[in-house]
Write a protein that binds this ligand. Structure first.
Ligand code: GLN
Length: 306
């Protein structure tokens, strides 16, 4: 990889680390409240196989909603466009765990990245795979090119025990016949996928198939069709940051996905994927310094999807 990116992320790391601490770690999932908020890492993976990183880029953290991208890819590769009868493709303009639109819209969530939409996707995944938790780990491990990826049971159990809102979403959608499986089993799989722990390096690698026309650049496997990969990127651009998606597109200008563990992964099709981790979140549940970092990355490097 060109030393240019290395210099750029080194500079951004120093600048962003010096910014005043702002925001709090997610504490509505008790197991996430104990994370050291000062941790900060950045990793870039290119489609030609190089990886560079700075800071805590090899430390594991809870990927949370970033997992929604993996489950969506697993489901659309099997279901194709049939999925869109059960979940929409529009930005929601509401918080990630909001219930308000669901009643007006007959239990069809706005998009697959708000919690309601992700629950629908995971429900479909459970109907497609007899061992969904094993299938998710296998998919993520192949995408990231490592077997060293696991569920953090503490986080999964902690979320399950404090998951009243996600339960409400699940039962509410079931009342509209938009959930096929038992809601408790659905929440178990969903909380496990959110509790996967990965490093910035692993996350950057694992998103490369989306930067490479649906093909895993390492194995050559076509994971999604060219069109499906483009569409998944379009959804990340419009919906990947909940009601901050417009602001993220405006300031950063990359398709990406955040999680309340403080991670963000974003990509430039045809070139690279970049992952950032800093646990302090803004009011939308997105990493404050993560967004700062990515904004500086597209500004300093000049690369853009536009
Ligand atoms: N597991 C979290 C939840 O369902 C994921 C939220 C997120 O990362 N935005 O509340």
């Amino acid at each position: 990889m060109n030393t240019r990116y290395k210099d750029i992320i080194g500079q951004i790391y120093r600048e962003v680390k010096a910014l005043p601490a702002d925001g709090n770690v997610a504490d509505y999932i008790p197991a996430l409240a104990n994370v050291d908020p000062e941790q900060f890492g950045i990793a870039i993976a290119t489609i030609d196989g190089e990886v560079i990183g700075v800071g805590d880029y090899q430390s594991k953290f809870s990927i949370q909603s970033i997992s929604k991208v993996f489950t969506l890819a697993m489901v659309i590769r099997h279901m194709g466009d049939r999925l869109w009868r059960h979940v929409g493709k529009e930005p929601s303009g509401t918080a990630f765990n909001s219930l308000v639109q669901l009643e007006w819209e007959n239990g069809i969530p706005r998009n697959p990245f708000i919690n309601a939409g992700a629950l629908v996707v995971t429900d479909k995944l459970m109907s497609l795979y007899s061992h969904p938790k094993e299938a998710i780990l296998k998919f993520v491990r192949e995408a990231a090119r490592t077997d060293d990826i696991y569920y953090d049971k503490n986080v999964a159990v902690s979320e399950l025990e404090h998951g009243s809102r996600n339960q409400a979403l699940g039962y509410f959608m079931k009342s509209f016949n938009n959930i096929d499986n038992d809601v408790d089993s659905l929440l178990d799989v969903y909380c496990h996928q959110c509790g996967i722990t990965m490093t910035c390096e692993e996350l950057a690698r694992s998103f490369l198939f989306l930067a490479n026309h649906g093909i895993n650049p390492h194995s050559g496997e076509q994971i999604l069709s060219v069109s499906q990969a483009k569409r998944l990127n379009a959804l990340m651009l419009t919906c990947g940051f909940y009601d901050e998606s417009g602001e993220f597109a405006f300031r950063v200008g990359m398709p990406g996905k955040s999680g309340v563990g403080g991670g963000i992964v974003a990509l430039i099709p045809g070139q690279l994927s970049i992952a950032v981790w800093s646990p302090r979140l803004n009011k939308y549940g997105n990493s404050n310094l993560g967004i700062e970092t990515l904004e500086r990355f597209t500004t300093y490097s000049g690369i853009s999807i536009f």
